[in-house]
Design a binder for this molecule. Sequence first.
Ligand code: AMP
Ligand code: ZN
Length: 114
Amino acid sequence: MSETECVFCGIVGGEIEAEVVHDEDEVLAFNDMNGRAPVHVLVIPKRHVANLEAIDALPDAVAKRLFAVASAVAEKLGVTEGGYAVRVNNGPDAGQEVFHLHLHVMGGQRLGMP
Ligand code: AMP
Ligand code: ZN
């Protein structure tokens, strides 16, 4: 999928609405539209990167910020103490649906695998 057709690029560009919970230079976090836990936020790089195989396209500092923002979002939404899962679905067997790299930050209930 090209960047022009990418739903998350659309959110970054403001053409598609989302409930933003954190916005900074290179990283955006917003509520998953189909939340499967009391807290279910997606953390994305603003630059289009399809998956982990393409992560070298991101500056190292931005890759680090993805995790720092996941932690900041967890703190903001009150799940740091209870704990939370940070998950990447990478590729078909993992059920990746949106080919713009994103971290799922999920908490507020007991979470199992997968
Ligand atoms: P996955 O690619 O499997 O990691 O999952 C993509 C996630 O993006 C799913 O949990 C969807 O509910 C979510 N999603 C897809 N489109 C949107 C959107 N426009 N706004 C918020 N979340 C979305
Ligand atoms: Zn994109």
